[in-house]
Design a binder for this molecule. Structure first.
Ligand SMILES: [Cu+2]
Length: 175
């Protein structure tokens, strides 16, 4: 059909059906809007807001001390560490690895420190789909309590160069 001039009065008054759909859309938009503050307060989705400034060198030093203290083995060149429950534990993100591999106990809490030594990485735990941003210069502390035994995979979800897809880490949770 060719483009033609609209009729002189091209609009029609909103009919019942259209009013109904506009109302449904408005109610849904309001529900989503109020879900944001509600879920922030009760959703238990927020990380502990504990963050410190740290230089990459200092972070590496602390993490290496932690690894030396509790190392129990090695897997494909990455140290495997079994820290005591309740302790401060460290993960180093760098191009393109997560280190060390952690062995944790089910039902015990840990203070997990994460930082990067080079650039921005994404700490993504599978299969439970938890995501945190990892930046150099900041020590993020997440208080975690694993609730299920198993082998968890850490993948990087911020593109960080050629080896990005190889950046895979591990957490073991045992009872
Ligand atoms: Cu990365």
């Amino acid at each position: 059909m060719a483009i033609s001039t609209p009729e002189r009065v091209w609009w029609k008054p909103v009919d019942r059906e259209e009013k109904l759909w506009i109302t449904i859309a408005l109610i849904w938009a309001l529900i989503l809007f109020f879900m944001m503050p509600y879920w922030h307060a009760v959703g238990k989705q927020n990380p502990s807001q504990e963050t410190y400034r740290v230089t990459p060198q200092e972070y590496q030093k602390r993490a290496n001390e932690f690894i030396q203290k509790y190392q129990v083995g090695t897997e494909k060149g990455i140290p495997v560490v079994e820290p005591p429950p309740g302790s401060d534990i460290y993960i180093i993100a760098r191009m393109w690895s997560w280190s060390p591999i952690l062995k944790l106990k089910k039902g015990k809490s840990y203070r997990l420190h994460i930082s990067s030594l080079d650039l921005q990485h994404g700490f993504s735990v599978y299969p439970i789909n938890m995501n945190f941003m990892v930046l150099p210069g900041y020590d993020y502390v997440l208080t975690i309590t694993p609730t299920q035994e198993g082998e968890y995979t850490i993948i990087c979800n911020e593109y960080c160069g050629l080896g990005h897809h190889l950046m895979i880490g591990k957490i073991f949770v045992e009872s």
